[in-house]
Design a protein around this ligand. Structure first.
Ligand SMILES: CC(C)(COP(=O)(O)OP(=O)(O)OC[C@H]1O[C@@H](n2cnc3c(N)ncnc32)[C@H](O)[C@@H]1OP(=O)(O)O)[C@@H](O)C(=O)NCCC(=O)NCCS
Length: 169
């Protein structure tokens, strides 16, 4: 399988925040943002793997800033590391509105997807070779996040989490 770069999976969605997407404060509802990010990130994972993918875990989401009704929301996703059948996807989110006419970063999130066959069984994915400094940083940290996610899901014993020894020892 030919190795790929994060750029190969880059996926960008730009869309409005409309009244039906908001909470009672007229800001974007968190669940709506989670769903939009899941769609964009899953397309990035499909581009990398060439397979059907399922969301295995959401490893981190931080809602740093409210996103008011009427804002333009840009979601960018790229695969940040590929393991055997799983891929970590890093998502960056920006808003633009009257207060912030330039793109303003509001959110980051990290999702993990698993490539599967028609029967839902995991299948191998190509390796990822990071290119830029930020891609290399995200690639390096992905192993620690994978171990934390697996420990929290009860799929890895903390003593086997080599990258997390400082936390669990
Ligand atoms: C994700 C899923 C395919 C994993 O299947 P499985 O039989 O448990 O397979 P494995 O334990 O061999 O794990 C497969 C890969 O997923 C990874 N994985 C599983 N759970 C994970 C988690 N919580 N966090 C991070 N990675 C995880 C494993 O590390 C492994 O990765 P690797 O092959 O790169 O080493 C399966 O649990 C599933 O289908 N879940 C439902 C997915 C779904 O419906 N998502 C939408 C939610 S509404």
């Amino acid at each position: 399988m030919k190795a790929k770069s994060p750029e190969d999976s880059k996926t960008i969605q730009t869309d409005f925040v409309l009244p039906a997407d908001t909470n009672s404060l007229n800001n974007l509802f968190g669940g709506e943002l989670l769903a939009r990010m899941d769609k964009v990130a899953s397309i990035a994972a499909i581009k990398h793997s060439g397979s059907v993918v399922v969301t295995a875990s959401i490893n981190n989401v931080s809602f740093g800033e409210p996103v008011p009704n009427g804002s333009i929301l840009t979601i960018e996703a790229k695969v940040s590391r590929a393991f055997t059948t799983s891929m970590e996807v890093f998502i960056d989110v920006w808003k633009q509105n009257k207060t912030h006419p330039e793109k303003f970063k509001v959110n980051e999130a990290i999702y993990t997807f698993v490539a599967v066959n028609r029967r839902g069984k995991p299948v191998k994915v190509p390796k990822l070779i990071p290119q830029t400094d930020i891609e290399i940083n995200r690639y390096d940290a992905a192993l620690r996040r994978r171990q934390l996610s697996l420990v929290l899901a009860g799929k890895m014993i903390p003593s086997e989490a080599s990258e997390l020894k400082a936390i669990f020892d």
